[in-house]
Design a binder for this molecule. Structure first.
Ligand code: GLU
Length: 486
């Protein structure tokens, strides 16, 4: 059996879209699941769309996500160059285009802009394309030679007959047959000498011995034309897997407007790389059971491309947030702290034991920016409503709270040991003396300390972090507030 070879073939046009990362991930998983090879090829033949720095983003993303390529521009495997603009300089595309011309499967076209502008157009997937009328197919060999000798600009087009049908196979969609009359004579070599994606992908996938191609299903409609190229050369086409569209919650194509369409966006929003990779794996693929949490190694083991679905995958940011929270919970503390520290420092300027605070929030956040709303009360006691002291379940009222705070103020003033344990013992002693439930005492204290219904830790832990001075200030404030209200 031949070794599986897949490729990730990004165009360096900017940030790494979630859809691109999914293609890369699936290509990687298909190869690695079978001990095959994963190749990186940079598709930069569309010079107008080239964005400076985009190639670096590709490398960085692959490295960060652990999708290590076996071959690529920086790792020669003998079928390079791995950058299309460099491949072009070797003359490879022109060589194969001429082979097609000799076979009658392609032809030179010298039509200028004005002539093309007068031709019929068709809208294909939202884009207006010119339906070429095969005008130049009828040029004689001599006319072509004369035009070339005179240096007339040209493109090379694929020659697709108006009769008959073409069939190709996709792993998910099965055999697809189209009428040739519906296929346009697409350009293979542009007037600047660069190949189009349409041509380069075929030549490159074949000459790089690619066995499986994974890409977005926007390429599905062009695939019959690629199939004709494979057939014309007498090459075997790779296994095709066209992935379903990724949509936003409104079932529209996931776009920049969503604010989370690229890998970089997600990292900036405080998502963890491993969670993003895990989530993206499930955008169109599912395992046999309902399991959702997978490390990359586990994905390699479990990934079976036959289980990829054809239906559009909805990018559900809430689901990703949940998953991210699971990854944060499972992190070892040091790794967590390293990632949490900048967020803690952004909110907490006063000197606090940040490690203690980090420990409080670790199991409570879904993404790192959530930290701010959990810990902001440490920095400054927010204004709060006296109503907050009244809690049905804890059986507290403004009156009972005032009594608790007043009773405990001198005790806490006298207390030296402001450790969580020390404080807890003191409060529990009071609870026992009063013959009440814990919450009856802890609720008003915690309210006075935080001004919040929900805090990432209990009263005594908060007091430990705030320290004696600040804790007492806040309890006195609470008393004042309650006295005023009463
Ligand atoms: N360069 C193409 C893109 O970025 C790759 C498509 C493919 O994988 O064949 O969309």
């Amino acid at each position: 059996m031949t070794k599986i070879r897949t490729r990730y073939a990004p165009s360096p046009t900017g940030r790494m879209h979630v859809g691109n990362l999914r293609s890369a991930l699936y290509e990687f998983l298909i190869a690695k699941h079978d001990g095959g090879e994963f190749i990186l090829r940079i598709e930069d033949t569309d010079q107008e769309r080239f964005v400076e720095g985009a190639v670096d983003i590709i490398y960085r993303t692959l490295e960060k996500t652990g999708l290590v390529h076996d071959e690529g521009p920086d790792r020669d495997g003998g079928v390079g160059p791995y950058v299309q603009s460099e491949r072009m300089k070797t003359g490879i595309y022109m060589k194969y285009a001429k082979e097609l011309i000799d076979k009658g499967e392609a032809y030179y076209c010298f039509c200028d802009k004005e002539r093309l502008a007068g031709l019929k157009t068709e809208v294909v997937e939202g884009k207006e394309i010119t339906v070429y009328d095969k005008h130049c197919l009828s040029l004689s060999r001599e006319e072509v030679e004369a035009n070339l000798a005179a240096g007339k600009p040209f493109v090379i087009r694929q020659n697709i007959p108006n009769e008959g049908t073409t069939t190709f196979r996709d792993e998910l969609y099965g055999d697809i047959t189209v009428e040739n009359a519906e296929l346009d004579d697409m350009i293979l070599i542009k007037s600047d000498g660069y190949p189009t994606y349409n041509f380069a992908n075929v030549v490159d996938d074949h000459t790089m011995n690619i066995t499986h191609v994974v890409r977005g299903n926007e390429y599905l409609s062009s695939s019959p034309k690629y199939q004709r190229l494979y057939d014309a050369f007498g090459w075997q086409s790779p296994v095709y897997i066209h992935l379903p569209l990724i949509t936003d919650e409104n079932h529209k194509k996931l776009s920049k407007r969503s604010g989370h369409s690229s890998f970089e966006d997600l990292l900036e929003q405080g998502f963890v790389t491993e969670a993003v990779v895990n989530y993206i794996a499930l955008l169109g693929w599912s395992p046999e059971d309902n399991r959702e949490i997978f490390s990359l190694e586990e994905l390699i083991r479990e990934f079976d491309y036959h289980r990829i679905s054809k239906s559009p995958a909805v990018f559900d940011i809430q689901k990703l947030r949940w998953m991210n929270g699971e990854y944060i919970k499972a992190m070892d503390f040091d790794t967590f702290y390293e990632m949490a520290e900048p967020y803690l420092k952004q909110t907490l300027k006063k000197s606090f034991d940040l490690k203690k605070i980090a420990n409080m929030v670790k199991t409570r956040i879904e993404v790192f920016p959530d930290i701010a709303s959990h810990v902001d009360f440490f920095e400054e006691l927010p204004e709060y409503d006296v109503e907050m002291y009244t809690h049905k379940k804890m059986k507290t009222s403004a009156e009972s709270s005032l009594k608790v705070l007043k009773d405990l103020l001198p005790v806490l003033e006298a207390q030296e040991d402001y450790s969580n344990d020390g404080l807890y013992q003191t409060l529990v002693k009071y609870v026992e003396e009063q013959g009440v439930k814990n919450g009856y005492v802890m609720w008003p204290i915690r309210t006075a300390l935080s001004g919040k219904q929900m805090t990432p830790a209990g009263a005594t832990e908060i007091m430990e972090v705030l320290g004696k001075e600040e804790s007492l200030i806040r309890i006195r404030k609470g008393i004042e507030l309650l006295e005023h209200a009463g």
